[in-house]
Design a protein around this ligand. Structure first.
Ligand code: NDP
Length: 466
């Protein structure tokens, strides 16, 4: 399908074409800066592809790939424990189904907007393509905040959310999973309501409980996968994680299992955080302390500052919204694993990390680095693993959960972990080799964006104008 024709008559030069589409994206999607940022990062890499392949320009692949196939936005009314009516907004972005059913998480957080979910859905298209599994890209969620809500309130909200969403999803159409604010408890309530409405027991959500169709290792997968990816990056410099001092942000699902796998591989994690502040534990977060954090966050649903009260040598640094940098990224360390949220590393944070001699940045969160921070990492020549490659282990293992559900079987922990590990090695190899093929060795941002794009774009060409 791919012929190499350089700028045939009537086809614009790549840089001009990209700027024109970028202008269109900003005009058509005003007030969605995170979506613009995600598109800009991918487009910057695609210049290299468009120089070799004019067919993507002729088929208007860029204009098509930034336009969601479908956006669903809906009212979510529910009763709180006082019997008062509450109203939230629900979304599902079905971004691209060229290579498989839509797949991507649901986020429940007060910061959720259409633009945030569009950036996440856009990233998801390329990430899912990199996993080697047949999954399209989607994302959804709500501005509902599960923090401080009772289990009954969370259940009533999830049931109302699914009452609308269920008609748009299905095991061969769209298979949501968890993300910020959506863990095992929420997936359980969502699945229960889907089953009741659809009158069928299918693998329509991933991240399910083990006794009702979930996969072993799915909760661990994003964190484990990110650490496997970091280990692959270090291997290219004949180095390993053994003995490395590591910074981890967040204290939710991704952070917890990043810390666990770092301990498995002999590294020393020294930080965790939440939106209230940062914990720095110079003695290291060992398995006992990690178990305490998991209980704090997943069972008691408490705040990370309590760590400082429990373990006396640890220091708690509260978040200062007026500050232009995050003290977490100013601690001297070898490796950084941002695992909380988007844009948590700005240019100043990146400069601090580089100044302190950071060797590896592996992104567990989605788009945790601003465009300026990304550029600083690339210019500094450190090992930089962008989110859509480094955190793809979560969705890859969701794909493995779908495979097990289709076959009505459950693989062992070792089998799933082994498959996850091999997928992360394959993703790293693809990004590394693609970066070389396109003349930017070591630039895994280009490797991930181009590697993810080619499979989706070629499938779109094959399937005609849909
Ligand atoms: P969780 O809800 O389990 O944990 C999120 C953590 O990040 C919490 O500690 C939370 O603190 C913190 N956080 C969230 N928003 C903010 C904010 N605006 N400012 C500061 N801290 C914040 O979510 P996950 O661990 O699942 O997700 C973390 C990141 O990883 C997200 O970017 C997500 O998209 C990404 N990701 C997750 C995958 C998964 O499988 N779960 C897969 C791939 C990527 P607090 O409790 O105070 O809000």
């Amino acid at each position: 399908m791919s012929t190499s024709v350089l700028n045939p008559p009537g086809v614009k030069a790549p840089a001009t074409y990209i700027e024109e589409v970028m202008t269109l994206v900003k005009a058509k999607n005003p007030a969605e800066p995170e979506f613009h940022q995600a598109v800009r990062e991918v487009f910057d890499s695609l210049k290299l592809v468009l120089e070799k392949h004019s067919e993507y320009r002729e088929a208007k692949i860029l204009e098509r790939i930034v336009e969601p196939e479908r956006v669903i936005m809906f009212r979510v009314p529910w009763f709180d424990d006082q019997g008062k009516i509450q109203v939230n907004r629900g979304f599902r972005i079905q971004m691209n189904s060229a290579i498989g059913p839509y797949k991507g998480g649901l986020r429940f957080h007060p910061s959720v907007t259409l633009g945030i979910l569009k950036f996440l859905a856009f990233e998801q298209v390329f990430k899912n393509s990199l996993t080697t599994l047949p999954m399209g890209g989607g994302k959804g969620g709500s501005d509902f905040d599960p923090k401080g809500k009772s289990d009954n309130e969370v259940m009533r909200f999830c049931q109302s959310f699914m009452t609308e969403l269920y008609r748009h999803i299905g095991p061969d159409t769209d298979v949501p999973a968890g993300d910020i604010g959506v863990g095992g408890r929420e997936i359980g309530f969502l699945f229960g309501q889907y089953k009741r409405l659809a009158n069928e027991f299918t693998g329509v959500l991933t991240g399910k409980g083990l006794s009702w169709g979930g996969s072993l290792i799915r909760p661990e997968a994003t964190g484990y996968g990110c650490v496997y990816f970091a280990a692959e990056m270090l291997k290219t410099r004949k180095d390993s994680l053994d003995g490395k001092l590591c910074l981890v942000s967040g204290s939710g699902n991704v952070s917890q299992y990043t810390v666990e796998k770092l301990l498995d591989l002999g590294a020393k994690p020294v930080t965790v955080s939440d939106s209230d502040g940062v914990i720095f534990d110079p003695d290291g977060i060992d398995r006992e302390k990690l178990a305490w954090v998991i209980e704090l966050k997943n069972v008691r649903r408490g705040r990370i500052r309590e760590y400082g009260e429990k373990f006396k040598k640890a220091i708690f640094m509260p978040t200062d919204i007026k500050s232009d940098y995050n003290p977490l990224w100013n601690i001297k360390a070898d490796c950084a694993f941002p695992s909380a949220t988007q844009n948590e590393i700005n240019a100043k944070d990146a400069a601090n990390l580089i100044k302190n001699g950071i060797k590896v940045v592996a992104e567990g969160a989605n788009m945790p680095s601003t465009l300026e921070a990304t550029k600083l990492f690339l210019d500094a020549g450190i090992l930089y693993g962008p989110a859509k490659a480094a955190n793809a282990g979560g969705v890859a293992t969701s794909g493995l959960e779908m495979a097990q559900n289709s076959q009505r079987i459950a693989w062992t922990r070792e089998e799933v972990d082994d498959r996850l590990h091999k997928i992360m090695i394959a993703i790293h190899k693809n990004c590394f080799e693609t970066a070389e093929t396109y003349g930017t060795p070591g630039n895994l941002v280009n490797g991930a964006n181009i590697g993810g794009f080619l499979k989706v774009a070629n499938s779109m060409l094959d399937q005609g104008l849909v």
